[in-house]
Design a protein around this ligand. Structure first.
Ligand SMILES: Nc1ncnc2c1ncn2[C@@H]1O[C@H](COP(=O)(O)OP(=O)(O)OP(=O)(O)O)[C@@H](O)[C@H]1O
Ligand SMILES: O=P(O)(O)OC[C@H]1O[C@H](OP(=O)(O)OP(=O)(O)O)[C@H](O)[C@@H]1O
Length: 685
């Protein structure tokens, strides 16, 4: 490998990565070695051996490039290793000097985490029952188990070299020790606390009695504020002192605040923030062994606090990646092999992971049914303004093109009638005739070229139309009248059902020819299928009425016929609403069980569910859960969330549920000229 890298290094820098590194010089190479070491470290905390192996290989490679840069050969390294074969590492040092000693908490809040830390740092020891001293087997270190609050004193003024304890206890003991490395556990605050509502602030405690286990820190605090306070010390359960008449206020630690709350206390001020810390006596603070321990503890802390995140992003959006996942220095960017895309790898704080995933997942690409969609934002149909004969109009063209250029992820084109019989308004878009195809083809081509995932919503008005618009007496599940603008419908029969099925299959055939990525069937908005589902409109007693499976019969027949016609090549989404049935109690038969059955019966026949509710965060079925949460429990099919997502705060709440794959925004939110940037700013900060 060394030989090969030397050969590569002699090639022009723009044809070989090795050559480019060697040309850039030691600084660049060292930066890579540092990055790769950190990645090995990170990978080693998971059980994914393949990943770790890959990271080790990266490190191997970069170390070897460094060797070439510095003129060190593998033979040099081998010779050095052979010199040490008798003794190695810590054991060698153990032989050279007498062991170091380290005090660790014998019990209490930080004892267990400290034992875990020592084990992770590779300091193996066996502690015999009730013995307070243990020797490390693989390091020159003796462990002494002591009370956490005494540790600073032993390290500062005794024979013990090192200690692990709380920063609060170090401060309380007023000893001279070095804080070598904070350890990111045992994190809490030392607070002045008093019975709720009794004192406005700490100043109001002048002349009062304070009880604490931290008399020195408490005294210092009140002295600097020139408040005369009488301080008494107890060794535990400090919070009880007020209710037991010993104190007017206490100085005690607060982590979650539960103890304070349960004792009826509130915090008036914070004296200090504290976490567990690795301390050393100043005489050994600069020793090599101290540095080894510091490095190991730091590595564990970094590994626990960070995770590596990897994702693909369009090249044009790399600046977003750098902003959202900056990494410790900068993210590693690699080619994906696909033009226009980059792979990004970055180390981010574990605490930020959900936040970052939220940011990335809303505005970054994802794959659905073998298609890469550039973000999770869905634009709803414009509705209306087609030409009188149902062809695409200039208005429709402009509306969608603008949104596509503004980087909408998915567009669902207008409710399109699949048959003249199902047309519901004079300016509705159509997909019922051959003459509708050309206009749609041009539009879809342009939208697809813009990088949008494009679908179209198929609609049949059922009873919700009139003869003037649809050319005949409307058909519905029963005889229905929607009001003065509508004609009475006639009940569809078997022949009608067959014909309706055919309309939909012809429509999906056209959709395929036009180039739509997916289609959506409208089973909401009181259209035909919604009428079938809702017992307010469907009063039949034959196989299309009564139980849920009957009410869904026509819809399921249509969905299956559509799928068969295009051999499953075009995903089918189902758009439906339940608020009119559940929330307003308009349909008393539509219970939670009915709804479960609804999803269960439809699941095998659709590829997405697109439920719409009045408000995406509304709760259903006894005010318990949102519809999205409910559906997510019964299906793993992708969900499109919709329901008054008019503001970024509603959008954030909906994303927070983590139940949907896509979010269909209200037109209100899309009316700003720079809505994507606005959302990006509000959601991603
Ligand atoms: N609730 C807490 N959350 C996080 N860290 C805490 C909490 N309570 C204490 N600590 C940290 O742990 C250190 C030791 O606290 P703990 O109450 O276990 O000590 P102790 O009273 O000395 O122990 P013990 O008396 O049980 O031997 C504290 O000084 C503080 O740094
Ligand atoms: O804010 P919280 O999460 O409730 O934690 C704070 C409590 O934890 C510690 O006490 P601990 O339970 O260790 O017992 P002690 O009072 O006897 O020290 C501390 O002294 C507080 O009382």
């Amino acid at each position: 490998m060394y030989q090969r890298l030397i050969e590569r290094g002699n090639q022009p820098a723009d044809t070989s990565y090795t050559a480019s590194l060697l040309t850039a010089g030691a600084h660049k190479i060292l930066k890579k070695v540092a990055e790769e070491s950190a990645e090995v470290l990170m990978a080693s905390v998971s059980s994914d051996k393949t990943h770790l192996t890959a990271e080790i290989a990266d490190l191997y490679y970069h170390v070897m490039v460094l060797m070439i840069n510095k003129g060190i050969t593998p033979a040099d390294v081998r010779a050095e290793l052979e010199k040490r074969s008798a003794l190695s590492g810590l054991a060698e040092k153990a032989a050279l000097r007498k062991p170091y000693s380290m005090a660790v908490p014998k019990k209490g809040r930080i004892a267990e985490r400290t034992e875990i830390l020592l084990k992770k740092a590779g300091l193996n020891y066996t502690r015999r029952h009730r013995q307070d001293v243990a020797y490390c087997l693989n390091a020159p270190l003796m462990l002494v188990f002591l009370p956490a609050h005494d540790i600073p004193l032993y390290v500062g003024e005794g024979e013990i070299h090192y200690g692990i304890t709380g920063q609060d206890l170090v401060a309380e003991n007023d000893v001279c020790v070095e804080e070598v490395e904070t350890l990111a556990y045992g994190i809490c605050k030392l607070c002045v606390q008093a019975p709720k509502g009794k004192y406005a602030d700490a100043e109001a405690l002048a002349g009062k009695r304070v009880v604490t286990s931290f008399p020195r820190l408490a005294e210092q605090y009140f002295k600097t504020r020139e408040l005369p306070i009488r301080i008494r010390t107890v060794n535990g359960s400090v919070e009880a002192a007020c209710s037991l008449g010993l104190a007017d206020a206490v100085v005690d630690l607060v982590e979650s605040g539960e103890t304070m709350e349960a004792a009826g206390l509130e915090a008036l001020d914070t004296i200090m923030r504290t976490e567990t810390v690795f301390i050393a006596n100043p005489r050994v603070a600069e020793d090599e062994f101290t540095q080894i321990l510091k490095m190991r503890f730091n590595g564990i802390k970094t590994a626990e606090q960070n995770v590596i995140i990897e994702y693909n992003i369009p090249s044009a959006r790399l600046p977003d990646a750098v902003r959202i996942t900056p990494g410790s220095k900068s993210p590693t960017v690699m080619d994906t092999g696909e033009a226009g895309w980059k792979a990004v790898k970055s180390l981010i704080p574990r605490a930020d992971i959900n936040h970052v995933i939220e940011r990335i997942s809303l505005l970054e690409s994802f794959t659905l049914y073998n298609h890469t969609i550039r973000n999770r934002i869905v634009v709803p149909p414009s509705d209306g303004n087609a030409q009188r004969d149902g062809r695409v109009s200039h208005t429709i063209f402009e509306y969608y093109l603008k949104l596509a250029k503004q980087e909408a992820g998915t567009l669902i084109l207008d409710n399109a009638y699949v048959a003249q019989q199902g047309k519901s308004s004079p300016l509705q878009l159509g997909i019922s005739e051959e003459e509708h195809i050309n206009g749609l083809k041009n539009l879809v081509k342009i939208l697809t070229d813009e990088g949008v995932y494009v679908g179209i919503r198929f609609s049949h008005a059922g009873a919700k139309t009139n003869e003037k618009i649809c050319g005949e007496q409307p058909v519905g599940p029963s005889e229905i009248n929607f009001g003065k603008d509508y004609d009475n419908s006639r009940e569809f029969d078997e022949d009608d059902a067959e014909e309706i099925t055919m309309y939909f299959t012809h429509a999906i055939e056209r959709a395929e020819e036009i180039g739509f990525h997916f289609v959506e069937v409208n089973a909401a908005q009181q259209m035909l299928f919604d009428q079938c589902i809702n017992t307010r409109y469907n009063q039949r007693t034959d196989k299309y009425g009564g139980p849920m499976e009957n009410r869904l019969r026509l819809l399921i027949t249509v969905l299956d016929a559509m799928r068969t016609r295009v051999k499953g090549k075009i995903p089918i989404s189902l758009f439906f609403s339940i608020h009119d049935k559940v929330q307003d109690k308009a349909d008393p038969d539509f219970s939670a069980q009915d709804f479960d059955q609804f999803i269960r019966l439809l699941e095998p026949h659709v590829d997405f569910f697109h439920p719409i509710t009045i408000h995406v965060m509304n709760k259903f079925f006894g005010e318990e859960v949102t519809l999205l949460e409910w559906i997510r429990n019964s299906t793993s099919k992708p969900l499109i969330a919709e329901g008054n997502i008019k503001s970024t705060s509603v959008l954030k709440e909906a994303i927070g549920l983590e139940k949907a794959e896509m979010y269909c925004l209200d037109k209100g939110l899309l009316s700003r000229p720079n809505w994507l940037q606005f959302i990006q700013k509000k959601i991603t900060g």
